[in-house]
Design a protein around this ligand. Structure first.
Ligand SMILES: C[S@@+](CC[C@H](N)C(=O)[O-])C[C@H]1O[C@@H](n2cnc3c(N)ncnc32)[C@H](O)[C@@H]1O
Length: 213
């Protein structure tokens, strides 16, 4: 499914805005507020078109994505940042390269989440911060019904009107329902040496800040 992002790269940010009814700006602003200070080097993992970049407090920003279409747009928008075509499971960086790592809406797409966490742990300095924005599999029936209704009545009809590849938006729902719950994911993060510092809850969507202990 990774290569499918190519088909929606150009429309991705516009549809993201539409389908989140503008909330995407609020979520990215919260990500920015979680960062206490400007660091030297930050990695945006699964960076897409680089829409997180204005919200990352770092002198040098590296955006890594596996999709060339996304990276071309990213490089056009942010020519002074570093655009890296690679897989999150095997990153072309030395150990302890980054002061912070950001990943928004990336984890659900990774083939091997454990491998990505090992790679983040390898490339992030001890004491470095990890910021993740993600929609997790709801742990209760209420949120599962709300999500399904939201997709069936709003997101998927809109995608049929505006997207070149509406099946991607059906994939988004199945990738949420097939992903880990927040608690399962947090256990995995803990087992890779990350400790939770702060969290914003938006139902199944969470914006979390962790530290590499
Ligand atoms: C939903 S988009 C999120 C983009 C961006 N982070 C944002 O907040 O708008 C998911 C991105 O993950 C990328 N991706 C999927 N699998 C990947 C992998 N194994 N390694 C790196 N990037 C990956 C896709 O190409 C896509 O750009």
């Amino acid at each position: 499914m990774n290569d499918q992002f190519y088909s929606i790269a150009k429309e991705y940010d516009f549809l993201n805005l539409l389908m989140t009814a503008g909330l995407i700006f609020l979520w990215r602003a919260q990500l920015k507020n979680l960062q206490n200070e400007e660091v030297d080097a930050a990695l945006d993992l699964a960076s897409g078109t680089g829409s997180n970049f204005p919200y990352i407090k770092a002198r040098r920003i590296f955006g890594l994505d596996v999709d060339v279409g996304m990276l071309i747009l990213q490089n056009r928008r942010f020519p002074f940042c570093y655009s890296i075509l690679a897989s999150a499971e095997k990153m072309p960086f030395k150990n302890n390269s980054f002061d912070s790592v950001v990943c928004s809406f990336g984890f659900r797409n990774f083939g091997d989440v454990e491998k990505v966490l090992s790679e983040i742990s390898r490339t992030l300095k001890t004491g470095g911060k990890l910021y993740i924005t993600e929609i997790f599999r709801p742990k209760n029936f209420f949120w599962e019904v709300i999500l399904k209704l939201l997709f069936k009545l709003y997101v998927i009809p809109l995608s049929k009107l505006f997207s070149k590849n509406p099946s991607m938006y059906e994939y988004f729902l199945s990738s949420i329902l097939g992903f880990l719950t927040y608690q399962e994911f947090l256990n995995l993060l803990n087992s890779h040496g990350f400790k939770l510092l702060k969290i914003h809850h938006w139902g199944p969507l969470k914006i979390i800040k962790l530290v590499k202990a």
